[in-house]
Structures are given as C-alpha cells and as structure tokens.
Design a protein around this ligand. Structure first.
Ligand SMILES: Cc1cc2nc3c(=O)[nH]c(=O)nc-3n(C[C@H](O)[C@H](O)[C@H](O)COP(=O)(O)O)c2cc1C
Length: 326
C-alpha cells in the first residue's frame, strides 16, 4: 500500500468511528463496513440485526444505515477529503447500500465540522420539552437540510397533529396486542445491554411523559426521570418523498441525520416516531395527511429540551472492529 492510500484508509476508518454515533431503530446498529482497494468504504445492511416483526421490509433498518452513511460522509468532508458516493450500486447485491470513494484532497468543510460536532452531543430525548416556541429560522434550516438529501419534511398544522396522534394510538394498539412484537421489544429494550446494542433502561422514561402524540410501547418503564412538562410547543412533521424504495429509505436516513444534527446544533431535540410507519394502516393514514403527495418514511417531533436537565445517558455502541469486515 502506498503512503497516500495509507492516509486514506486511516480517514475511512475514522469515518466508520464517527458513524458509530448514528441513531438507529432500537439502537440495533444494523450496519457493516468494508474498506476495499485502499480508498473505498462499502456500507452493508446487517440483516442479523433487522427487526423481523416490526420492520419486515427493512425500511427502518435502511433508514438507520442511511443515517450512518451521512455521519461517515460528514467525517470525511469535515477532514477535507473529496468523496464520491454511490447508493445501491450493484443490483445483484441489495445489501450493499452504498460505497464512498475518496477521490482527493480539498478544503475542510466548515458546515460538516459543525454537524459532526453535534453528532457527539446528539441523543434521543423522549422527555417533554419546554414551552419555548421553536425558532422559525431553525425550522427553515432543518427543512433545508432534509431537502438537500432529496427528501421532504412536511410540518403539521395543529389539527393535523391530532390525526398523527390518532394514527400513533392505533399503531400502538396493533403492535402491543401482538405477542411476537412484545417479545421483540423485550429483546432490544431495557436492562443494562451487555452486548452494546439496544436501548438501556436509563434512556427510557420512568413514566409516560405528557405529549400530544403518545410515545411508543417500550415494555416495562425505564429509569429516566421525567418532569411534569408537556410538549405543547413542539412542532411535529413527516419525512416523506416520491417513492417507497430502498434507495428512498437510504436517502431518508441521510435526511434524518442531516435534519437531526442541524436541530442539535441549534439546541433543539428531534425525536423520531416510527410506529406510525411500521403498521400499514397507520402508514396509510399518514399518506392521507400528506394528501397523497408522497410516501411517509418517519414522523418527528422537534422542540427545545429543558436546558437545566442533564441529557439522557449515551446509548452503547459496537466497537469499530465489530462492524468493520476485512
Ligand atoms: C429510523 C429510526 C427510527 C426510530 N424510531 C424511534 C421511535 O419510534 N421512538 C423512539 O423513542 N426512538 C426512535 N428512534 C431512536 C433510537 O431509538 C435511537 O437512535 C437509538 O436508541 C440510539 O440512541 P441515541 O439516538 O440516543 O444515540 C429511531 C431511530 C431511527 C434511526
């Protein structure tokens, strides 16, 4: 290997390290990476960590991998590498979701540096938010970040939030009554998570917070303290786009990451709400909310968390060695 390739491999490894922080459905971290030919990073879906009951189509798995792809892109462009990204590059290998090839050196991207810094602070915060109205400029920035990833974010009017709440309640009823679903949740949520995947009890609220849209079923209560606040100042939205294909889901995951990190950089919390796309009837209700203008990928809640409350604990991650294939 030449000296140049050596530094590219180091950069690609650093990109995988950064991508470990990405959010994923139930912290399944359903990704594997391979560094090939000294300058290319391949991202594969790891089906062994797919939620078979909740996510049989792999929509949320693919979105999670898209979020990791966006983190890896940020790490490389922040470090001044020029890159070429191909998504779903080989139709004979559907689990090869993307390849990132380093094509040369350029300027360090200041915007990427800001978002990468936010990635180390970003957490999923399921608690209520404060009454501070969400800044219009911040909302515009989040919408623009999502749009730049070929995805759209539709912000709901107050009367539409009621419809989202109804869709969520119906989705939860469907999922909770299914024993296989409850078993799957029990495998991924709660406890100490000794294998570095899943959501530890410390990140799950101690009791159901007051919210306009009900939270998802996570099994027994966790240990995260919850105050008496509400989320009446929250803005709810739906990530959506023109098709419901794996390519669109990869892009939606990149858009989720871009929007979420933009929110974090502006002291806002963004909470994904996925049960409404997991259950077919609820997904259809979301399509109607979008007036048939697109396919929903995820709902989100945006609001200001209490600046004086400590952040929820960091969730565990697999090591780089566990997710890089040789
Ligand atoms: C595609 C996707 C869907 C998610 N859906 C939900 C959800 O419905 N409810 C929730 O509380 N968290 C949801 N999350 C957040 C994950 O649980 C969270 O990212 C993971 O546990 C890791 O924790 P962290 O985000 O604090 O690093 C989702 C994340 C992703 C990427």
């Amino acid at each position: 290997m030449t000296q140049t390739q050596d530094s590219e491999v180091t950069a690609l490894r650093a990109a995988v390290e950064a991508a470990r922080a990405a959010p994923s459905i139930h912290n399944t971290q359903p990704w594997r990476w391979r560094i090939s030919d000294g300058r290319t990073l391949d991202l594969y879906a790891d089906r062994s960590r797919q939620l078979e009951v909740e996510d049989p189509d792999g929509r949320l798995l693919t979105e999670s991998c898209g979020a990791a792809l966006h983190h890896a892109r940020l790490a490389l462009t922040a470090a001044g590498w020029r890159i070429d990204v191909r998504r779903l590059p080989d139709q004979n290998q559907p689990d090869l979701l993307a390849t990132i090839t380093v094509t040369g050196r350029g300027e360090s991207d200041e915007h990427a540096r800001v978002l990468l810094d936010a990635a180390s602070r970003r957490r999923t915060d399921r608690r209520p938010i404060t009454d501070r109205p969400v800044d219009q400029a911040a909302l515009d920035a989040i919408v623009a970040a999502v749009t730049a990833e070929d995805t759209r974010l539709y912000l709901l009017r107050r009367d539409q939030v009621v419809e989202l709440a109804a869709a969520m309640a119906a989705a939860e009823r469907t999922e909770v009554t299914e024993e296989a679903h409850r078993d799957e949740i029990a495998r991924w949520v709660g406890g100490e998570r000794r294998d570095a995947t899943g959501i530890p009890a410390g990140a799950v609220p101690r009791h159901a917070p007051q919210t306009q849209v009900p939270g998802r079923y996570f099994g027994p209560p966790g240990t995260l303290p919850v105050d008496e606040g509400h989320d009446l100042a929250a803005v709810y939205g739906i990530l959506h786009g023109d098709s419901d294909t794996p390519l669109a889901w990869v892009r939606a995951g990149e858009a989720l990451s871009a929007g979420w990190l933009t929110a974090t950089a502006r002291d806002l919390s963004l909470l994904p709400i996925s049960a409404v796309v997991e259950v077919v009837a609820a997904r259809m209700a979301l399509r109607r909310l979008l007036s048939g203008l697109g396919y929903p990928y995820l709902a989100v809640r945006i609001g200001y968390p209490d600046p004086d409350a400590p952040a929820p604990p960091a969730t565990p991650r697999l090591t780089a060695d566990q997710i890089i294939e040789s």
